[in-house]
Design a protein around this ligand. Sequence first.
Ligand code: NAD
Length: 427
Amino acid sequence: MQKGFNPFEMAQAQFDRVAEQVGLDAGVKEYLRWPQREFHFTIPVRTDDGSIRVFRGFRVQHSDVRGPCKGGIRFHPQETADTVRALATWMTWKTAVVDIPLGGGKGGVICDPHELSMREQEQICRGWVRQVWKNIGPVQDVPAPDVMTTGQHMLWMMDEYETLSGGKFPGVITGKPVGVGGSLGRTEATGYGVIYTVREALKRMGMDIRNTTMACQGFGNVSQYAADLFIKYGGKVVCVSCWDQSDMTSYTYRKMDGIDMAFLTSITDRYGTIDAAKAIEAGYEKLPGEAWIETEADILQPGALENQVNADNVGKIHERAKIIAEGANGPTTPEADEAIRKRGIFLIPDFLCNAGGVTCSYFEQVQNNMNYYWEKDEVLAKLDTKMTNAFHAVADLAERRNVYMRDAAYMIAIERVATAARLRGLV
Ligand code: NAD
């Protein structure tokens, strides 16, 4: 996390701004500004060299007024309690804006999976569950994968939960591998969801997706599938970027006549790092990490981490940019947000744009409950309908009230959560 930047303060500032605009009751506002519950704990692990390392873990439950808390678990060396709080808060707005009966939560462990064996990572997963298993579950709080966690991590967590609680509870966690409770389409869901909203935004702007280009930050789960569907729809992806662990620097890989997805994914590791030598050999320009934002493209898709579009680089956005589709959570700082608003770039805010993942997680839970699994086409068709409807509800409100897209999305989400809290008699 960048020094001096606090994502939770940013999440609260975004909320406060809209709470003010809609005249939210002061008590309701105070209630929704804070997580309902937090768990901070230690996870001791015996490492492969026989020593003990102690990791710090978190689970934050921001709101369960619309249903069980829902949100991923990150493994990241720069994880902090405030990052997890911010992400948990955004999950509440995300599940509300796409109108699925879930609340918001998030978890994390301060660790770097790059330097941990799979056995050590398994111990962290099992240790995390041992600390919170009484406070999570299919009807309480349902975790999922996020940055640097995968279906394998989820399965170890589910297994530990089932061992401790003595039953089969596939709905305790989502993002599981297909065949062991996972849903077809979950891997694609977030990135595809991003592009469903981009497709609809372009329609509203009267633009043909086949004549458009996109620049992506990141080349992990979100950006890979966003790029994949964008290209399938006929658009051109002109660059992607990634973090390179070998020299702790980020790079942009650019090809103005369009990246080749099959080739680029074949030279990318499971952490979303591209093999530089092979990319250069194939004619990709290797540029500094920030070059993605300056690249001439109609659509910018920040799909890596928070705080990536900020006061220092927002002025470098190319004049051709018409849409910013926030694949990542919290990629835009408040200063940059203001600049984007003033420039009139159409913004698809994170908690709407990347809601495809949680929506498909919800479908996974539904399938777990029924113990009956849908075909991939059925999952993706349902996902498309949810994302398209949510997108137009927000865009219609933004147009009707002449407000920024982020504010319109907040208005819809806050209204739904506040109404549920009021109806329950909590506030
Ligand atoms: P991932 O770990 O699969 O990929 C992250 C990518 O970002 C990798 O290519 C990595 O190299 C790159 N990266 C990391 N730091 C970078 C930097 N400083 N500059 C450039 N590239 C950098 O993660 P993901 O699942 O794709 O998630 C990306 C973002 O989307 C996160 O903000 C996450 O919270 C959010 N998100 C993910 C999902 C999901 O279902 N995976 C759902 C909603 C939101």
